[in-house]
Design a protein around this ligand. Structure first.
Ligand code: CA2
Length: 151
């Protein structure tokens, strides 16, 4: 079973700036943790980051034929990208939107998500611990058969 975790713009800066919002772990450390946790459960986790919208769209297309689940922290593109919204619509595996912070506690422009209407679940506000939560959850839904879907 393969899981793709896609991270959007500026998340490569994780752990280097704004620690009060995003914490002190680097994206590399978060990726290592996700891969290790996945491996404990026999899940292959691919962990990616790009600052480019088109690259993210292409990774979503690639997931169509290669991944059973997709996790996306589209970062700022969450609030702007019709292209990512449309690409996610074409991916029919299990999909989760993830945010480190809770965007609803922040500026009003972060209250709109183009991702939420086309995913199965949203995780926000758990800090980088949200990534571990979703890998554990994906083990339950993909391998233990505990999948419920409302869309
Ligand atoms: O809380 C999240 O995970 C966000 O997706 C992060 C995005 C923000 O635009 C969303 O509204 C919520 C920003 C990612 C920027 O990441 C940085 C990390 C460290 C230092 C600077 C930026």
């Amino acid at each position: 079973m393969k899981v793709l975790i896609i991270n959007g713009p500026n998340l490569n800066l994780l752990g280097t700036r704004e620690p009060s919002i995003y914490g002190t772990a680097t994206l590399e450390e978060v990726g290592d943790r996700c891969r290790a946790l996945g491996a404990e459960h026999g899940l292959e986790v691919e962990f990616l980051q790009s600052n480019y919208e088109g690259q993210i769209v292409e990774w979503i297309h690639e997931a169509i034929d290669s991944a059973q689940a997709l996790v996306i922290n589209a970062a700022a593109y969450t609030h702007t990208s019709v292209a990512i919204h449309d690409a996610l619509k074409s991916y029919h595996g299990y999909k989760i939107e993830l945010h480190i912070s809770n965007p609803h506690l922040r500026e009003s422009f972060r209250h709109i998500s183009f991702v939420s209407p086309v995913v199965d679940a949203v995780v926000a506000g758990f800090g980088v611990g949200g990534y571990s939560l979703v890998v554990e959850h994906l083990n339950d839904v993909l391998q233990e058969g505990a999948l419920t879907r409302t869309r």
